[in-house]
Design a binder for this molecule. Structure first.
Ligand SMILES: Cc1cc2nc3c(=O)[nH]c(=O)nc-3n(C[C@H](O)[C@H](O)[C@H](O)COP(=O)(O)O)c2cc1C
Length: 189
């Protein structure tokens, strides 16, 4: 896929096929993440790849988090919705991005931005490889649970989570709020 096509085609995918993603492909998208820019070239991102029993536990956690939202749905849709959430959208694996915990706010922000740059690289590389992803911070509502489950120490900050897998369904692109970039860009000539 051409570069700008990848940028436009990447969608938040919330339904996946169960097909396994080959490990070398997972490493290819992680390698794209590893090539991101970072403040002071710290390259401080770390990734946790989760599948199997621990992914099942993460799905159960996600279902607890989404329960209040599901409760507002019509009964016939609620169960299917929660089943999809409970299986982490059916994705065969999830990747979590970590940043080092920092005392100074300015350093914390610097590291977080580098990790986010890496995470976006990961999502774009996944799209280029025909894989789906969904940048998620919702799972952090059970951060303590995630830390315990995945043995993430207090010296690491959980930044973002994404399911990775072959999309079962790709949603329509949400329109741009300012497609002509009239309000979003100030240019002094
Ligand atoms: C910082 C951030 C946090 C997000 N958290 C969630 C989340 O917890 N759950 C979810 O389903 N989607 C989440 N999303 C995905 C957005 O809902 C999605 O990117 C947005 O609706 C635009 O759709 P698109 O990614 O297909 O362009 C998040 C995206 C970002 C960038």
């Amino acid at each position: 896929m051409e570069f700008y096509e990848v940028i436009r085609n990447r969608r938040a995918v919330r339904k996946y096929k169960p097909d396994r993603v080959p490990e070398d492909l997972v490493y290819r998208i992680l390698d794209a993440a590893n090539w991101a820019p970072s403040g002071m070239n710290t390259q401080s991102w770390e990734f946790v790849v989760v599948s199997g029993a621990k992914l099942k536990s993460m799905g159960e956690s996600l279902a607890r988090i989404y329960e209040p939202m599901a409760a507002k749905m019509e009964a016939d849709k609620r169960e299917a919705y929660l089943n999809n959430v409970r299986n982490f959208f059916g994705a065969p694996l999830v990747i979590i991005a970590l940043a080092p915990v920092q005392k100074k706010d300015v350093m914390r922000k610097m590291h977080l931005k580098g990790v986010c740059a890496a995470f976006e690289n990961l999502l774009l590389a996944a799209c280029a490889e025909g894989l789906g992803s969904c940048w998620m911070t919702g799972p952090l509502q059970e951060e303590a649970f995630l830390r315990e489950l995945l043995s993430i120490g207090e010296d690491k900050e959980i930044v973002a989570v994404t399911p990775i897998g072959y999309p079962e369904y790709i949603p329509k692109a949400p329109p741009r709020l300012d497609p002509e970039l009239k309000q979003k860009v100030t240019w002094f000539r």
